[in-house]
Design a protein around this ligand. Structure first.
Ligand SMILES: *Cc1c(COP(=O)(O)O)cnc(C)c1O
Length: 377
């Protein structure tokens, strides 16, 4: 059986990138390594849509998030946390570990934090030093209006810090134009690489705050990265095999063009949502994003059991809900190296499992709705 990965991280990796990973390991302090890092850093600026530097850290995405917190906040400083799910809660965990004074703006799972809510919180807490938010809340499929958040935060002294880990490279995100001060992503979501690298952009406004904040990190001290990256070097031994491979995946994005890539994800996501509703199911997110589709498990169906069947019988690996959402949602990723027809295949396999589970609808209803949407947009 052919195994197909539809989890919202890790995601499938293109063949040319996998081949790069099969090559011999080379020394990381060499002219060649510097040239590769310089190229990757330039291409990342393009993906982030920023003219500021983007640093590559050897860690998973969470390491980039921790770097963002440790560098921008001093102990006890106030931070506004916008949370709509598990990844917002990841920010909370990091902020707590770094002894921030947290003001929480929270919505139930499936809903999105609105710009009005953020505006209100900033009005009440003018002493907040930073706002932490999530572009694509991968636990629920919600996307946040970061453009609107950016407009609001830019009028204050606070920094806008964004976890773009599953959204960046799948949905529109313009770091500079949207006034995002620190944006973090990871390699294993839309950037088509295995897990292992985090990427962090830092604005001028953020540097001012960072330079005025006591040093609270060693490995994740962004000042060290600024210094090394100015010479296309890294402060510590980087995962250089991954950086080389990332170059190959970034070339793919360059060739497609970032706006075409956003549009392609948008078209696939719209068709996927149409397929879901075509089967009579519901999309879980109130404001769905284009990186993944989160499907509410219909009543009477064993959600976790159905996913196991989908994998065992048809080779499709989707992700279950996390924590309290386990068994109640299915998460289907269409970010990165995943095309429309693979997603169509996933919809068709899901139809079969649902029909076997006794859910009643016309076989092919989801597939037809997907096709109709894909054909017309
Ligand atoms: C996957 C993910 C993370 C966690 O990243 P790790 O690479 O597992 O550390 C954080 N935030 C979002 C939105 C994610 O999708």
């Amino acid at each position: 059986m052919k195994h197909r990965l539809f989890t919202p991280g890790p995601t499938p990796v293109p063949e040319e990138t996998l081949l790069e990973l099969a090559r011999p390991v080379t020394y990381h302090r060499s002219a060649e390594a510097k040239a590769i890092l310089a190229e990757v850093s330039e291409d990342l600026k393009y993906v982030f849509q920023t003219s500021n530097p983007v640093f590559t850290l050897t860690s998973s995405g969470t390491g980039g998030m921790e770097a963002a917190v440790a560098n921008t906040l001093a102990t006890g400083e106030k931070a506004i946390l916008c949370t709509a799910g598990r990844w917002g809660e990841r920010w909370r965990g990091i902020l707590k570990a770094h002894a921030a004074n947290i003001v929480t703006v929270e919505v139930p799972y499936g809903k999105a934090v609105t710009p009005e809510m953020l505006q209100d919180a900033l009005g009440k807490h003018p002493d907040a030093k930073a706002v932490f938010s999530t572009l694509s809340e991968t636990s629920t499929g919600v996307g946040h209006d970061l453009e609107a958040f950016g407009k609001i935060v830019a009028k204050t002294d606070a920094l806008l810090v964004v976890d773009g880990i599953s959204g960046l490279g799948a949905m529109e995100c313009r770091v500079d134009a949207w006034n995002i001060d620190v944006c973090v992503t990871g390699s294993q979501k839309a950037l088509m690489l295995p897990p292992g690298l985090a990427f962090v952009s830092v604005s001028e406004k953020a540097w001012k705050k960072i330079d005025a904040t006591p040093i609270r990190a060693f490995y994740f001290d962004l000042r060290r990265y600024r210094k090394s990256f100015a010479e296309s070097d890294t402060p510590f031994t980087p995962a250089n095999t991954l950086i080389k491979a990332q170059r190959a995946s970034l070339k793919r994005i360059r060739e497609e063009g970032i706006e075409n890539l956003w549009a392609r994800h948008g078209k696939i996501a719209a068709a996927c949502r149409a397929g879901v509703t075509g089967m009579g199911l519901k999309v879980f997110a109130e404001r769905p994003n284009n990186a993944l589709t989160v499907i509410a498990v219909p009543p009477g169906v064993d959600g976790s059991g159905a996913l196991k069947k989908l994998e065992k019988q048809y080779g499709y690996k989707l992700a279950d809900g996390q924590d309290t959402l386990k068994g109640t949602i299915w998460r289907l990723s269409h970010m990165g190296y995943t095309d429309a027809f693979e997603v169509l295949g996933a919809i068709s396999a899901l139809e079969l499992v649902l029909l076997e589970s006794g859910v009643r609808f016309e076989p092919g209803a989801g597939v037809a709705a997907f096709q109709r949407s894909y054909a017309t947009k």
